[in-house]
Structure formats: structure tokens, C-alpha cells
Write a protein that binds this ligand. Sequence first.
Ligand SMILES: Nc1ncnc2c1ncn2[C@@H]1O[C@H](COP(=O)(O)OP(=O)(O)OP(=O)(O)O)[C@@H](O)[C@H]1O
Length: 386
Amino acid sequence: MYFRTEDLAVGYHKKALIHDINIAIEKGKILTLIGPNGSGKSTILKTVIKQLPKIRGKIYIDGVDLDEMTNHQLAQQVAVVLTDRIRTELMTCGEVVATGRYPYTNRLGKLTRRDHEIVQESLRRVHGEELEDQDFSAISDGQRQRIMLARAICQQPQMIILDEPTAFLDIRHKIELLDILREMAQEKGITVIMSLHEIDLATKISDYVCCVKGEVISKCGPPDEIFDDQTINSLYEVSHGSYNMLMGSVELTKPEGSPKVFVVAGDGSGIPCYRALQKKEIPFATGLLYENDVDYQVAKELSDRVVSTPAFAPVEEERLRQGESLIREASLVIDAGAWEERGNAYNRQLLRVAREADIPVIRDYPAWLKDGQHSIEAAAKAAERR
Ligand SMILES: Nc1ncnc2c1ncn2[C@@H]1O[C@H](COP(=O)(O)OP(=O)(O)OP(=O)(O)O)[C@@H](O)[C@H]1O
């Protein structure tokens, strides 16, 4: 194991905030700490880089006890990306990146030609060349984050520690940053330990994820093994809204009340409609959805009345009856995917029931919406007044 902790306890003023931390990762792997605000992710990371004294336990890097390492030795092994760490008044971005070379320079801190080349390469790596001569204190948070990553790359470390490195980045730069980390891990065997708030990204990039909550690390392991919707929702105590692991999506709170709208959906056609109804707080029922349909994933987060059926199995009569009865209770039916014209016999049957019961139907919702004349809220209100 390249990095290992043994019964580590971290905290402040000699009081343990989190104890019994036993983490171990091999060289070239990525470990991500996730957990709610204030759970102690930064405290763990700061302890690992000796910015905070540990309360008890051991930390080993490449077999060496951290207590036995000088700060200089640590700096040759480990690069750190914590935005609040270095004092940078009157430094250009290029100079900040160059400080990454200090563990290798002589006492006067003089950089060699090779050092300068490494600085340039590092800036290029984060697409930060144009920032080189700019004042570090006068760039954006996202740009600062990239410069700090360049500084870490410049340090040519064995391990890199990052605290919420994606916090201020736009989506393009988030992807780029995570790609850089993946590449460093994969190609150069650099070990990465970081904290992230984006669970979807954490599951995609990490070899191991540790959930930090309460006084211990509640779960730790490969993301596929430890995560399900329930784990995430309880880790973050999400009681309003939900997180869907499979989709990597956050859904806002489900509209309350008995549904007056029924959405005939499938094949992903329902999602834009469900979200539009959610935004207007209009409770809805929907069906008939196969449980492997993307619509099902969002529908179950936003509605308690989802008529679904297992995929690759005949549809039970009872499910169809359930759908028919919900549709009869609705004052408005939305055909989210032009099902009237497309092949699905079950959905056509549901629409037939709506017509026979004389319930207004919005046909082909995407085309209806494109028209620009309509609002789902007005349609639902008008239907209810009938
Ligand atoms: N210097 C300090 N002295 C005492 N307690 C502190 C100090 N810094 C942080 N804490 C407390 O330690 C706890 C953990 O904080 P930490 O910053 O490690 O959380 P975090 O998981 O990184 O949170 P976030 O996701 O919001 O960044 C919090 O309750 C915080 O108030």
C-alpha cells in the first residue's frame, strides 16, 4: 500500500472529530472523500499533510511513518491543492506555479532551465499559459484553482491531495481537471486523495470512495460496491428531493397532493414533462413504464403514482387496469411522446381510455410545447375547471 492510516483520529484542540480512520490505497489509485458540509473532509486532508496535528493513530506514506518525515521530505512526495494555503501577494501566476519547484531547488530557491521548462509544461497542462504573467490575486476562483493544480503538477509528486478541487470550476474545466487527475494516476502512478461534492463525478473518477459522516468513516470502498440511492440520500440527509445514483441526477421535492394530470410516457419522453410539472408543483401520475426505462428513474423520484412493469416480461393485466383507473381520475392527460401515433399498444390503450372518458389530452407534448403558445400550468388549470 502506498498510503495507509492506522486508527487515525483527527480533530481540533486535542478533541477527536473523527476516529478509527483506517484507509489504505495502492499507488496510482484515486480515493475520494465525500460527505455533507462540515463532516470533516478538510480536517482529514489537512491532517494527512501535517497542516493539522493528528489526535492519535498513524499515517504511512510509501511505508514511512509521517511522524518521521521532515516537511521537506513530505513536499518531495506530496503536492497539495488547498486554495487557502499559500500567501501570494504580488505574485504572478507563473511565479505561484514555480513555487512547486522549491522542494528541488537549492537554498536560494534558484530555478534551473529545466525547472522553468517544467513550469511551462505544467501551465500548458491546465490550459493556463495565458495566465502566466497575470497577478495571482486578480484572477477568478476557477482560474486560481487551475493555477494551483499546475503548481501541484510542477512539484512532480508521488501523491496529490486536493480539497474540493472542482468547487469553482465550470463544467468544461471540471471535466478537464478530473481528466488530468485520472491521467496522472493512470500514466504516472500518482496517488490522488481528494474531497468532492459532486457524487456523480466522484463515482466516475474514483477507485475508492469514503463516506465521511458522524464520528467515523461510515463506508469506504469501490463506488459500485458501496453506493446506492439510499446510501447517498441518508449520507446527505436528503429528505426533500432525492439523488438518483443511476442517473447521477438530483431531483427536487416531489409535488404533493393527489394527481390531476396523467402523463403517458416512455423512452425518455416523460422526463421534460415531469420536470415541467414539478416546477409548477403539479402532482402527476404516469405510466406505463418499463422499469429499465430512463423515464422510470425520474418518475419514481417525482411521483408516488407510477405505473411500472418489469422489463422483458409480459405486462400484467393488473398494471394496465391500475393505469386505466389513474387516468380516469385525471382531469388532464399528456401524451409525452406522441404515443397515439407510435407503436406501444399499452400506451395507446391508456390514451383510448382517456378519450372514451372525455378527458382532454395534450397530444404530442414536445410539438405542443414548441408552438410557444402553451403553458402546462394553464392547461392543467383549464382542465380542472371543466
Ligand atoms: N480551526 C478549527 N477549529 C475548530 N473546529 C474547526 C476548525 N476548522 C473546522 N472546524 C470544524 O470541524 C468540522 C469539520 O470541518 P471540515 O472543514 O473538515 O468539514 P468539511 O467536510 O471539509 O466541510 P465542507 O464540505 O463544508 O468543506 C466542522 O464542524 C468545523 O466547524
